[in-house]
Write a protein that binds this ligand. Sequence first.
Ligand SMILES: CC(C)(COP(=O)(O)OP(=O)(O)OC[C@H]1O[C@@H](n2cnc3c(N)ncnc32)[C@H](O)[C@@H]1OP(=O)(O)O)[C@@H](O)C(=O)NCCC(=O)NCCS
Length: 235
Amino acid sequence: MPAGRTGRLAAVREDGPVPEIRPYRAADRDQVARICLLTAAGGGDATGVYSDDTLMPEVFALPYVEYAPELAFVVADGDRVLGYVIGVADTAAFVEWWEREWGPAFATRHPSPGAPTGHEPDFTEAQLIEAGTAPERMLIAELAEYPAHLHIDLLPELQGRGFGRRLIDTLRDALAARGVPAVHLGMDAANTGARAFYDRLGFHELPSSRTGSPLLGIATTDASDATATGSAVSE
Ligand SMILES: CC(C)(COP(=O)(O)OP(=O)(O)OC[C@H]1O[C@@H](n2cnc3c(N)ncnc32)[C@H](O)[C@@H]1OP(=O)(O)O)[C@@H](O)C(=O)NCCC(=O)NCCS
């Protein structure tokens, strides 16, 4: 990793070790899937919301660590994973891989929505299954300028301690080191806490963002932010 905003990956306080940011390992896979589920309902626990708890991670977490483990970073306390950021550098190439490698097996595992759960999420199970089989949804209009995209999720106990900012910086540094100029994300409009976080970090709305489905972006280096946003540099 280049010298960047992140600095040291690990931290040790005088009163003992604190959670550290480190690269993803294959052994983290199940914990990443679980964190995805525990934060997938507008930032809260989505356990039992859908007929199959594997659906959410199979759409929003596991394809990422399978395709680009080198762009996945976790916050870990020993062997316990408490949060992650995952991303892909080239969304268009990821979509091709998904169509070829991930989608067919996903469709076999999840051919149709299961029995009703008693929950009625805005993002229905049918839509979730479609998201798993139609990766072209990720081909946003701004892909040439913002080729990368990301997801970030922290367990409640880790939230509000600065790790979200540090994870985003870690991924931005890794993308910048690969020559990727900017990264985007789509989010649930109801997740107001996450929106406040992204705004605070300097993400901005992309032209194709919609009120119901915000689309945000940011340059991977602070120096190129002005170029990506088109804003003037103040002196
Ligand atoms: C959203 C999330 C990633 C933010 O990570 P975090 O570690 O809690 O945020 P940080 O502590 O790094 O906060 C960074 C900055 O954002 C601000 N911020 C974070 N959450 C905020 C909130 N809910 N309201 C207002 N500001 C907020 C902090 O005040 C902080 O500002 P500062 O650095 O200038 O002091 C994390 O809370 C999370 O995973 N939530 C549940 C899952 C989720 O919603 N994921 C995103 C899906 S799109």
